[in-house]
Ligand binder design. Structure first.
Ligand SMILES: [Zn+2]
Length: 303
């Protein structure tokens, strides 16, 4: 899609103070954006979420407390791009990997990541998906398991701890309870990360029904960061969902000129009405959000 590779430096687009909601729209506020070198360790004492530009697909890297977790890796051809990005962020091995769904634009690149890195924990949705991409991923995951990795289906109600960040799984429902949704997108794994006062919600391609399920659950409240559902499709980011999870920052993972028309004008309008500052991979390239005790900083590849 004509995307440029990850550059040697990124721009700080803006920062905000979470509690006071002070917006400082300026470039280079931090002055210390590294140049040259090309490898950037995540900031210590912070939660960093990198929304990797994988074109039309999802991939995010979560780094905190010296640990590294990857959620999805875009389409199969994006695998090497994701591996490069991880190396550029000083990732030597992954403490965990989440496959939110079996769709190619989420699970496609995961096999390359499994080839390149040791992965300690592999988390998947329990929804069966017999695509060739997912079968390849499961085969690679099985190899990793035989070398000692933990492989686990996750569902709402489970809690993990990633380098000092509390991680609550909020979707899909436990199969023994409400059961899985009929629409495959609605069975995407959804998580809320809580770090101090900050909260980030990432829920793959979930649409209306799963959004309603999450909105009726016990995890509602304002968000620092929302990874917008299903690439900004009009079938996600419903008014109910936004009213229960009002986001300050919204990141849309979509490709330039994608054939789906993502993000839709309706979704952008709803996010705007909710007061969210929107970042998009198709416009900004990689989007890196760093949350420390005081500030939230957003760095983008293309300002
Ligand atoms: Zn998708």
């Amino acid at each position: 899609m004509g995307r440029s590779p990850h550059p040697k430096s990124r721009f700080v687009l803006w920062i905000l103070v979470p509690l006071a909601v002070v917006f400082l729209s300026s470039c280079g506020v931090f002055g210390g954006v590294a140049s040259g070198g090309g490898v950037y360790a995540p900031a210590p004492g912070a939660l960093t979420i990198s929304f990797i530009d994988v074109g039309q697909g999802d991939s995010s890297l979560i780094q905190a407390g010296g640990e590294n977790y990857l959620i999805d890796a875009g389409n199969p051809e994006e695998g090497p791009n994701v591996v490069d990005f991880l190396r550029s962020r000083r990732v030597d091995e992954l403490d965990g990997m989440v496959s939110t769904s079996g769709d190619a634009d989420h699970a496609g690149g995961l096999s390359d990541v499994l080839d390149a890195f040791t992965v300690e924990n592999i988390y998947v949705s329990g929804y069966p998906k017999e695509t060739m991409t997912y079968t390849n991923f499961l085969r690679a995951a099985q190899n990793e398991k035989s070398e000692g990795a933990n492989f686990e289906e996750v569902h709402a109600g489970m809690r993990m701890e990633w380098g000092g960040v509390d991680v609550d799984v909020i979707n899909p429902p436990p199969a023994s309870g409400e059961g899985l949704f009929e629409n495959s997108n609605d069975n995407s794994v959804g998580v809320i990360l809580t770090y101090g006062m900050a909260r980030a919600l990432l829920a793959g391609d979930t649409e209306k029904d799963a959004e309603e399920y999450m909105a009726m659950g016990p995890y509602t409240g304002p968000l620092t960061v929302l990874k917008v559902g299903h690439h900004g499709s009009n079938t996600s980011t419903t008014p109910l969902f936004l009213s229960r999870f009002p986001p300050r920052i919204a990141v849309i993972q979509c490709g330039a000129d994608n054939s789906y028309g993502h993000p839709t004008p309706e979704t952008l309008e709803r996010l705007g009405r909710a007061g969210a500052k929107v970042f998009r991979n198709d416009v900004h390239g990689d989007v890196i959000v760093t949350i420390d005790k005081k500030d939230v900083k957003v760095e983008v590849q293309h300002p």
